[in-house]
Design a protein. Structure first.
Length: 253
């Protein structure tokens, strides 16, 4: 069985009822969420051709994954969602319809990790929020990060697609979602990075995401972590990109 076919069998969302759910939810969101918040999208929507990638974003509202899904309308996108949401029957069915990946944050969820990696290998775009839960912007620099998948991506050269969210979620607040171009990072050393180096790499990536939204990310070791990142990590723009939604010879859709 091909990788893409295996993914479709492991994830729900490939049947007609799931397609109906996706269409219905999109219509309801357009009718009831858009007029209230008026979200804005900035940046050109591109994705790697012929390979998967990881979409990473800061996280401040329960609306973040909803708007990311709608503003980045790629059939290859699967957002990682916390396991607890799947216990709510309606929410769980909607998440499955959108091919989300359940993740149990209370344990080392090996099955979810394998599924994430298999999706990337099959050419899909996996959306993650490294903060793991909603955080206040002023507390983000000291919030715990769940960044093991980011470190894996850097070591393996998996493209990362940064999304910077400006959380203006008041009435008619016009929250902004700034989509950057995919970047391929690499590790400029042999062997596995130390825990401190992993923390430094993850923090610097998040600092850049917050900077893209015009938000402060004042970590106590900001300068030290930035220096470690620049010494250890190489970065190269992904060369083969296609506009999101274009049909062609892509894997994972």
């Amino acid at each position: 069985m091909r990788d893409a076919d295996r993914l479709k069998s492991e994830l729900a969302g490939n049947d007609k009822f799931a397609a109906w759910i996706r269409g219905t939810v999109r219509v309801l969101a357009a009718l009831f969420l858009w007029p209230v918040y008026l979200p804005r999208r900035q940046g050109q929507l591109m994705e790697p051709e012929g390979e998967g990638c990881i979409l990473i974003a800061n996280h401040h509202s329960i609306l973040d994954p909803i708007f990311v899904t709608f503003l980045y309308p790629s059939p290859r996108l699967s957002i990682v969602a916390k396991q607890e949401l799947y216990r709510m029957k309606l929410i769980g069915r909607i998440l499955k319809a959108f091919r989300s990946i359940p993740l149990d944050r209370s344990i080392a969820d090996v099955r979810a990790s394998k599924l994430i990696l298999s999706q990337i290998k099959a050419g899909r775009v996996v959306g993650i929020f490294p903060e793991g839960t909603r955080v206040k912007p002023q507390e983000a620099a000291t919030a715990q990060l769940h960044a093991s998948i980011l470190i894996y991506a850097i070591r393996r050269g998996i493209p990362l697609l940064p999304v910077s969210i400006q959380p203006r979620y008041g009435f008619l607040g016009r929250p902004r979602y700034i989509f950057s171009q995919p970047v391929r990072y690499g590790l400029n050393k042999s062997g596995a990075p130390s825990k401190e180096e992993q923390e430094a790499m993850a923090r610097e990536l998040m600092r850049r995401i917050y900077q893209g939204a015009g938000l402060d990310y004042n970590h106590p070791k900001e300068e030290e972590y930035r220096k470690i990142f620049e010494e250890l990590v190489t970065e190269t723009p992904v060369q083969n990109l296609v506009p999101v939604g274009r049909k062609g010879k892509k894997r994972g859709d």
